[in-house]
Design a protein around this ligand. Sequence first.
Ligand code: NAD
Ligand code: 2HG
Length: 390
Amino acid sequence: MYQIKTYNVISQAGLKELTPDQFALNQSDQADAIILRSENLLNTNFSSQVKAIVRAGAGYNNIPLDQANEKGIAVFNTPGGNANAVKELVFFMMGVCAREIYPALNFSQENIGADVSLRTEASKNSFRGTELKDRTLGVIGLGHVGSLVANLGLAYGMNVIGYDPSIHPDAAWEVDRAVKRASNLSSLLKNCDYLTIHIPYNEDNHHFIGASKLQMLKKTAVVMNFSRSGIVDDQAVLKALDQKELKFYLSDFPSAELAGRPDVLITPHLGGSTREAEHTAARMAVRQLKEFLLNGNLINSVNLPEINEPFSTDYRVTIVHHNIPNMLGQISSIFGDFSINIDRLSNRSKGDLAYTMVEVNDFPLAKKEEFLKALQAIPSTIRTRFLEHP
Ligand SMILES: NC(=O)c1ccc[n+]([C@@H]2O[C@H](COP(=O)([O-])OP(=O)(O)OC[C@H]3O[C@@H](n4cnc5c(N)ncnc54)[C@H](O)[C@@H]3O)[C@@H](O)[C@H]2O)c1
Ligand SMILES: O=C(O)CC[C@@H](O)C(=O)O
């Protein structure tokens, strides 16, 4: 029975797929796996029992990857699971900004009375907006979210420019050919009316949009950050707004400094908060976790390579190890030492880590502990697991 710990509200649509004969929800620190959303686990020390951490969502900057790598914990996210929800919020908020909806709604709330239609006609000029059609939308990051945003921009009649120097080939197929490719970031920044950023938060992307890039924008530009707070330097944005070098800032990440300004609209991290997105992300999270715990398969792991093979033998042995030469030789020789015939061996690597999955039919169960100890004793082995056909 695998013990699963959850943080935050994880949709029942996913949790109900944790079959009760195999999985138990348990808030103990000795859980086998963790499912979470935005809980910050960066300072959590995981017990040796934890085998997997699954982010029901896209961003995984709240999970300590270095610790996971050292302990051979598989970390997963659910790419694309909430991308449509983010796309819709981006356009919804862009419309709220372009059409002066926020002050207009306040006006209507405060001015109900007998002469409401008179005052409405007198005041509506101050809420006159602009259209998105024919405006230029700059999209930084053309992954699951950015590609949807770019394509919807075209449907609105916008001129769309995209920038993503390391775009994944699969993602590139999703981007409409009418989205113009920015030859460099400054050409995108100089030309856009709306700038939207859809990149992960990591060391390289800290304050990716700061004072120098803000200075390249038109004074009438609107900046949108629905990715992570640290990606945009909010202080630099406030300075640009104060100096009238930027028109508006839309963000999904509240802070005391951003609050209460007429030129800033902030949603409380709502990008993925629709019923549909929460269900999809939770279902993906649970299915990926089950595949890993029961079958050793790795689907959408962010620190280990993709491997998804049907479990067609009686046993599987999985090894997380450093990506160095001669690991396969050392692993195979231990199977040989125990006279175990290997039916299939798969090996993949990702960065400094590698994952080897060995499939066998005949296994000396009485010697299981001794065998796993021998595998674990290989200096570059990080973690081993032994799985029986479920
Ligand atoms: N507000 C929310 O609730 C919400 C919901 C979903 C995702 N997000 C955030 O959005 C981010 C993107 O999500 P996604 O699913 O599209 O991720 P993704 O991995 O599919 O795409 C990210 C893209 O950004 C590109 N990229 C990375 N660094 C870049 C840089 N410096 N310049 C240009 N491109 C760069 C990558 O090549 C990749 O194509 C997530 O990491 C998460 O932080 C927020
Ligand atoms: O869980 C959420 O609501 C936020 C999700 C979002 O930040 C993500 O990165 O997918």
